[in-house]
Design a protein around this ligand. Structure first.
Ligand SMILES: Nc1nc2c(ncn2[C@@H]2O[C@H](COP(=O)(O)OP(=O)(O)OP(=O)(O)O)[C@@H](O)[C@H]2O)c(=O)[nH]1
Ligand SMILES: [Mg+2]
Length: 374
């Protein structure tokens, strides 16, 4: 591309970047609540050029950068200039880049936990980034109010920074795992920037690009960062970085839309789960009520059976009593009858006896003449 064309394109893209507002790179049928600012998060090994990349981005966006405004980069001395804490740098009023501590030989699981915490806005800017301890697993604090949660930012676009001279031997399996995780989490594959292209052989850069592509990162941008020794940024790299920002802006917007629908889907699933749980609760309630009703029915039937048994027993007693009474009555009648017969017999006997005596007396009277009958 001719120098003039490059400049023209740089101007055009610079305007686009400066005018960018979250949501302006995409169209969506739904009302997505886009935030005021977009946050680009950098990830990469110690010394790969993350902080220098931010200086280069500032340069690319403004067309120049006074040295006094440079972020401090790592120097040759041990620990000098190494970024230990996450830092926020503004590129425009709407685009911010979050500088990070270098991530070396990461244990994939721990790194993924820390990356997730940063992506989700669960990491502040003053705490030391810890890539190898499980510090990211703490639960989010439900007591955080809106203001607290706004003081940290979610990352809308994740960027991997690789050095063409230092990132030669790469653990591609770990990288693939992280790329897959990012894709699932953000809905987008991460973007990559290769730094130090001024110090590397062309073949090194191409090899690195191939490795990245195989790992799932196809949007790769090259840059020779501004450094102490080389404070300028070639037009080619300015253009590359502006194109990189254009990619980030679209990615950030797409991620926000992805998150919007993901949230909506989560809420929908939550509602479905709640409805299902309520349905199950009602069914259980109904089952218990039915169980109670059947138990009550059984209890009543048992109660009735016992009452009936009691009633029959009482009836049997009554019948038995009546039978006993009737028997007693018959006995009395029999006794009365016997007594009556005995009495009649006695009376008959008495009468006969009296008649006999009278006859005897009458006989005696006839013989003596003055004896009277009693
Ligand atoms: N030649 C050249 N040097 C670079 C480039 N990018 C960074 N450097 C140098 O590499 C060293 C490390 O750069 P930094 O930007 O501090 O790297 P970093 O990733 O921020 O490092 P940490 O904060 O320690 O993780 C510095 O001396 C930079 O000047 C580049 O593209 N080309
Ligand atoms: Mg740094």
């Amino acid at each position: 591309m001719a120098q003039n064309d490059v400049k023209e394109e740089i101007d055009e893209l610079r305007e686009e970047v400066k005018n960018y507002k979250p949501g302006s790179c995409v169209t969506c049928p739904d009302r997505v609540p886009f935030p005021e600012q977009t946050f680009i998060g950098l990830f990469g090994r110690t010394g790969c050029g993350k902080t220098s990349l931010i200086n280069s981005l500032k340069f690319a966006v403004t067309g120049r950068l006074r040295k006094a405004k440079w972020l401090q980069v790592a120097s040759q001395e041990k620990a000098g200039g190494h970024t230990m804490y996450r830092k926020l740098a503004d590129l425009t009023r709407s685009i911010y880049v979050i500088d990070n501590r270098g991530l070396d030989n990461p244990d994939t699981r721990e790194a993924v936990i820390e990356i997730a915490a940063q992506l989700d806005g669960r990491r502040g800017y003053s705490e030391k980034v810890n890539w190898d301890s499980n510090s990211a697993t703490e639960p989010s604090d439900p007591t955080l109010d809106d203001e607290d949660s706004q003081s940290v930012h979610k990352i809308n676009c994740a960027v991997f920074v690789f050095s063409a001279v230092h990132d030669i031997e790469m653990n591609t399996t770990a990288l693939m795992d992280i790329v897959d995780f990012l894709h699932g989490h953000q809905g987008r594959y991460p973007v990559a920037v290769i730094t130090h292209v001024d110090l590397a052989e062309r073949s090194q850069v191409e090899n690195l690009k191939t490795v990245l592509q195989v790992s799932g990162i196809s949007d790769v941008f090259e840059v020779a960062n501004v450094t102490k020794d080389n404070p300028g940024l070639d037009y080619t790299y300015q253009l590359n970085l502006l194109m990189f920002l254009e990619r980030c802006m679209t990615d950030a917007d797409e991620t926000l839309i992805f998150k919007f629908y993901q949230d909506r889907e989560e809420k929908r699933m939550e509602t479905i789960q709640k409805r299902l749980a309520e349905k199950e609760r009602l069914a259980e309630e109904k089952r218990l009520a039915e169980e109670k009703r059947l138990a009550e029915e059984k209890r009543l039937a048992e109660e009735n059976r016992l009452a009936e048994e009691k009633r029959l027993a009482e009836e049997r007693l009554l019948v038995e009593e009546e039978r006993r009474l009737a028997e007693r009555e018959r006995e009395i009648l029999r006794e009365e009858e016997r007594e009556r017969r005995v009495k009649a017999a006695f009376e008959g006997m008495e009468r006969n006896h009296r008649d006999e005596i009278r006859r005897i007396m009458e006989g005696n009277q006839k013989r003596s003449g003055s004896c009277s009958v009693m």
